[in-house]
Ligand binder design. Sequence first.
Ligand code: SF4
Length: 168
Amino acid sequence: MVNAYALCPAFAYFKYHFPEPQTPSMELGKELDVRELVEKFVRPKCEVRYQVPLRGKLGSGRADAVVLCEGRLEVVEAKLGGGFKRQQLAQAAFYCLLAEEQFGLPCEALWLCSPEGCERRPFSYSLREHVKGLLEALERDLDVLPRGRPSRYCSYCKYSSLCPWRPP
Ligand code: SF4
């Protein structure tokens, strides 16, 4: 839900109240060989756990991988196509917060991986504060339809017929 909210607050509201069936691309995403991507591009020298269920005060989710190394951790988020957008970054940052709570270790960085490669981003103070702000706003906005954030995505949006913010 964090990635949906980062895309568009109204989209997250609709997704929460009118859950959609999984699309073929979502199902394909599950078939990504995360282990292969991690070994090829991240090349960790430490323990890696895959498909890690995460649960904490802020919510729950499943990280594609968590790298545990010398008293700190890094989270891996993978997807099929390249070109990571702010919503995938927000999702990975959310998993960093959950993983910190679950493992009791600081999250140092997150990896955004696709078959084209993996990109390392530090889990900076500003990213941490950004995702905390998103979570607060998400909680508030699930009750009443919030203002949408129209974008090029609107033309693909499954909820456009319900949405008063969609472009004409
Ligand atoms: S149509 Fe656009 S503004 Fe409306 S929910 Fe979808 S993405 Fe958001």
